[in-house]
Write a protein that binds this ligand. Structure first.
Ligand code: AVJ
Length: 318
């Protein structure tokens, strides 16, 4: 264990998948590290801060939209389903759906056990009598649902435009896998962010207070903490750009000068101006969204957007 890890109070055995993704990603051209590694404890805190920023419209737009359509979702899904949430515990959104849907059980799935137990406890308190069955799992791998909900029809809940982090083929693979896990007669309520003007999109990923910059740069600190890296984080700057061809916001970390560092003892060198690609956030028009869902084995049956058409909630049938 590194001395610094002890001082940070974040002593953890490095996840071998994290190590592999970082070492392979830094060696690749273009250099890229998957966005899922943003979310250590500090990264999760910073993301919570992002969701409250004036420029970051998705969370508040989706939450307000869900509040206005939850009754209609519940009417279409019918009572007595098990709500299965992927990437569980969005403190504001989940109670809105559970309050309206009158589910027979709630199954939050999350990769972070701590976060999962915390949010599962809060929801069990808010909905006494609702059986809560948390599943600690990475939903990019097969997810076994608890036996306790085996006999119930499922309503999948995948809010936050998390699907936007995936390229089209990975998104289709995940949607198809969800269809398999949720089984016969399942429905899925998914949040997808819309294409919109760049003067709205760019500030949402490059805010004036610098919280998104700190969120992006925290990945370098995490590499240093958990993988014994020597990356000079102050030599990197946050970049958020719109890739029009792929209809996505990309976040990068750009080297401001020539830098050399090691990670897990391996040497890397980057020239000034070179970047590490750290996130894609795909945006979908109405046709693209429906096409993606159909390709993933789901039939859209209802769709709602906010008055500005900035964010969509889409209800699908298996
Ligand atoms: C959690 C993936 C939906 O893409 O908007 C926020 C993550 N990145 N600011 C997004 C994020 C930078 C967020 N998702």
């Amino acid at each position: 264990m590194l001395k610094q890890e002890i001082e940070d109070g974040q002593a953890t055995l490095a996840d071998p998948a994290f190590r592999a993704d970082v070492l392979n990603g830094l060696a690749a051209r273009p250099r890229a590290i998957p966005a899922r590694w943003f979310y250590d404890r500090r990264g999760s805190e910073l993301f919570e801060e992002i969701t409250a920023l004036p420029e970051y419209y998705p969370t508040r737009t989706e939450t307000a939209l869900l509040r206005s359509v939850a009754g209609e979702v519940a009417a279409r899904a019918g009572p007595g389903r098990a709500v299965v949430e992927f990437g569980a515990g969005s403190a504001a959104k989940t109670p809105i759906l559970l309050g309206a849907a009158a589910p027979a059980a709630y199954v939050p799935i999350d990769i972070s056990g701590d976060f999962l137990r915390h949010s599962a406890r809060a929801l069990a308190q808010a909905f006494p009598g609702l059986p809560v069955h948390p599943v600690e799992a990475d939903f990019l791998r097969p997810v076994p649902l608890p036996d306790a909900v085996a006999g119930l029809a499922k309503l999948g809940f995948f809010p936050g435009s998390t699907i936007g982090n995936m390229n089209a083929w990975a998104a289709v693979d995940l949607l198809r896998a969800m269809r398999g896990w949720l089984g016969e007669g399942a429905m899925l309520l998914i949040g997808m962010d819309r294409v919109k003007p760049l003067d709205v999109l760019i500030p949402a990923y490059d805010d004036a207070a610098g919280v998104t910059a700190a969120f992006n740069l925290n990945l370098l600190h995490r590499i240093n903490r958990e993988l014994g890296g020597t990356i000079p984080a102050d030599a990197f700057a946050h970049r958020a750009i719109w890739n029009a061809d792929a209809a996505r916001i990309e976040m990068h970390l750009e080297a401001l000068r020539d830098v050399a560092f090691t990670v897990d003892g391996r040497p890397f060198a980057m020239a000034a101006g070179e970047t590490i690609h750290t996130e894609n956030s795909h945006k979908y028009g109405p046709n693209g969204a429906r096409m993606l869902l159909r390709a993933g084995g789901w039939t859209p049956v209802a769709e709602w957007t906010d008055p500005k058409d900035w964010f969509a909630l889409i209800l699908c049938e298996a």
